[in-house]
Design a protein around this ligand. Structure first.
Ligand SMILES: [Mg+2]
Length: 250
């Protein structure tokens, strides 16, 4: 196995490190996992980052007292060391204009939740699977009204409107141009459609891509559950071998 210092580890959050919950705000991270992530970061010489669709401010509350390098909103905002780039909602007046309308429409449908992330807005139907087509039609109409500067990101029981420039692959590439990530081989672990963009990027960089759970994917490896990944990471921090770092196909 190659030395840890040759690798950079990028981890999605929901559905990858933690199980997906019915109401997105209800997600919890146990102290054991936070400690494991911190231990991994040390072992990797700092080259560990969380790459999520959530806002950084939300993730920080769940990962405290630690502050990890992090990308939020599918790469629209990031923090690497002391450098912070936050997305400004006021730069997206047309998106802001659509949020109250989506909230109005959703309020008539029990179980449809609108998650306002500032520079993006996600509509969840996990609690109301029968409303899937309604949500998709609503979000499609909103996307058409917004035009090509915005796009729809589909996920697990969620459709999100976000600036078209957002993408996990691009932000991973940007991390890899900066210390301590520069010159390392990336590993990216994710579970959802938004992560496929990141898998493509690390595949092209001779990295290792890992998909959690079932579903079509361009990822090279697969783990079945977040619990399986957590076990893997814990064993590695405790001094074992991280199977994800074995050569793909080896
Ligand atoms: Mg995920």
């Amino acid at each position: 196995m190659a030395a840890a210092e040759q690798w950079a580890l990028f981890l999605d959050f929901d559905g990858t490190l933690v199980d997906i919950v019915e109401r997105p705000d209800a997600v919890v991270v146990d102290q054991g996992l936070r400690d494991v992530l911190s231990g991994m970061k040390d072992r990797l010489g700092g080259a560990l980052a969380i790459i999520s669709g959530r806002p950084i401010a939300f993730l920080d509350t769940r990962l405290a007292p630690y502050r990890f390098d992090i990308a939020g909103l599918h790469g629209l905002e990031y923090r690497i060391g002391k450098t912070v780039y936050l997305c400004q909602p006021e730069d997206h007046p047309r998106l802001r204009g659509i949020v109250p309308r989506l909230q109005d429409v959703a309020s008539a449908k029990s179980g449809v939740l609108v998650e306002d992330k500032g520079c993006s807005v996600a509509v969840h139907w996990r609690l109301a699977p029968q409303e899937r087509d309604f949500v998709l039609a609503t979000v499609n109409a909103a996307a058409e009204a917004l035009g090509p500067e915005y796009r729809i990101q589909l996920g697990k029981a969620v459709a999100e409107l976000l600036p078209a420039a957002a993408g996990k692959g691009k932000v991973i590439e940007s991390f890899l141009r900066q210390a301590p990530y520069r010159g390392r081989r990336p590993i990216f672990v994710g579970d959802d459609l938004t992560d496929e963009n990141g898998f493509n990027a690390v595949n092209a960089l001779d990295g290792i891509s890992v998909r959690i759970g079932d579903g079509n994917t361009v990822a090279q490896k697969r783990l079945q559950t977040p619990a399986a990944l957590r076990q893997c990471l814990s064993a590695w921090v405790a001094g074992g071998v991280l199977p994800l770092m074995e050569e793909a196909g080896a």
